[in-house]
Design a protein around this ligand. Structure first.
Ligand SMILES: NC(=O)c1ccc[n+]([C@@H]2O[C@H](COP(=O)([O-])OP(=O)(O)OC[C@H]3O[C@@H](n4cnc5c(N)ncnc54)[C@H](O)[C@@H]3O)[C@@H](O)[C@H]2O)c1
Length: 313
């Protein structure tokens, strides 16, 4: 199988490209990234058994048709991913996250290439306590330009007859990878705790439940879709657990006991607590195995030599 991975050097991509050769040894892995966030490290020390090629290309500005033509499946990860800062760069986010996704989808359709589209559980800007993939449109009210572009992409794909695709709404990723980033909740808090910075927690969020996904579950879910050939034009929520910020902070304190919390105002005020159901994906036979505590342990351990408070564990 020839697999084109856009955004291959990112937090998720760098884990996925390393995981693939072990489980799909024959896979030809075509990695594409525009180096937006300069993660050269993601290309270093890749497993010897992997069949890799790398293309430094931009999904919006470059013509990537030839790479899509050559591939059986596109795993489309490339995006501008910082939801909080997406308010300041709405046009850019819409261009890369929506318009380029349309280009890729059209090209996949034309060339009969299958597509895995990475969306986000942030599309639920809901007043409901519990949400699933059957939510009506009024329960889907994305709270940031980032989430809006993902939502609009979902609709575009749904209306594109003839395209073989699946949409995976990933929960917020936690866990380590070579190309990992620290702008999402769990990793950001781990970083702040390790640097001796009080955790900046949105006032509205402390006891609200939100969906989170262990990175290992995320890459296993991508492989699961490839192996089981799940290109049924459906949407699936993919998450390991629903947790509160308090749950996360309590876990971090196990490893950095002197962690302090600062309650701050947020631009993304998505109201009430909600649980995201994920049994639709489980019912396909997928087992979520991730562990928040273990991932936080591993993430804080990355900075074990740094002890800005002097007396942490
Ligand atoms: N990390 C999460 O919590 C999370 C949750 C839900 C969904 N997702 C989605 O999963 C995908 C991967 O997320 P991630 O956390 O690995 O993000 P990331 O920001 O770490 O990686 C994105 C990669 O895309 C590349 N990229 C950006 N613009 C590009 C362009 N125009 N052309 C080519 N490459 C480009 C970047 O250089 C980067 O390597 C994204 O689509 C994201 O929206 C992520």
């Amino acid at each position: 199988m020839k697999i084109l991975v856009t955004g291959a050097l990112g937090h998720i991509g760098s884990a996925f490209i390393r995981y693939l050769p072990g489980v799909m040894p024959d896979a030809e892995i075509m990695m594409l990234d525009n180096m937006l966030v300069q993660r050269y490290c993601s290309l270093m020390n890749l497993p010897d058994e992997g069949k890799y090629q790398f293309y430094e290309k931009d999904i919006l500005k470059d013509d990537i048709t030839e790479y899509i033509k050559k591939s059986d499946v596109v795993v489309h990860l490339a995006a501008i991913t910082d939801a909080a800062s997406s308010f300041e760069k709405q046009k850019e986010v819409e261009a890369v996250n929506l318009e380029a996704t349309k280009l890729i989808a059209n090209c996949c359709k034309e060339n009969k290439t299958k597509l895995i589209f990475l969306s986000t559980t942030s599309v639920y800007g809901t007043q409901k306590e519990e949400v699933d993939e059957n939510c009506s449109e009024e329960d889907l009210s994305p709270q940031s330009p980032y989430a809006k572009a993902k939502y609009d992409s979902e609709i575009y794909l749904k209306n594109l007859d003839g395209l073989e695709f699946v949409t995976l709404r990933f929960g917020t990723i936690f866990g380590t990878s070579v190309g990992m980033r620290f702008h999402t909740a769990v990793n950001k808090f781990c970083w702040q705790a390790c640097m001796g910075i009080p955790l900046s927690v949105w006032k509205t969020a402390l006891d609200q439940h939100r969906p989170y996904l262990d990175l290992q579950d995320g890459v296993r879910a991508l492989v699961f879709v490839l192996e089981k050939n799940i290109f049924d034009r459906e949407i699936y929520n993919v998450l390991t657990l629903n947790a509160t910020v308090r749950d996360i902070v309590d876990n971090i304190k196990k490893y950095r006991p002197n962690t302090e919390v600062d309650l701050v105002d947020a631009k993304i005020m998505n109201q009430l607590s909600y649980y995201v159901k994920f049994d639709k994906f489980q019912n396909l036979g997928f087992e979520f195995k991730g562990n928040l505590d273990q991932a936080i342990k591993e993430t804080t351990a990355l900075f074990s030599s740094i002890n800005n408070r002097g007396n942490d564990a």
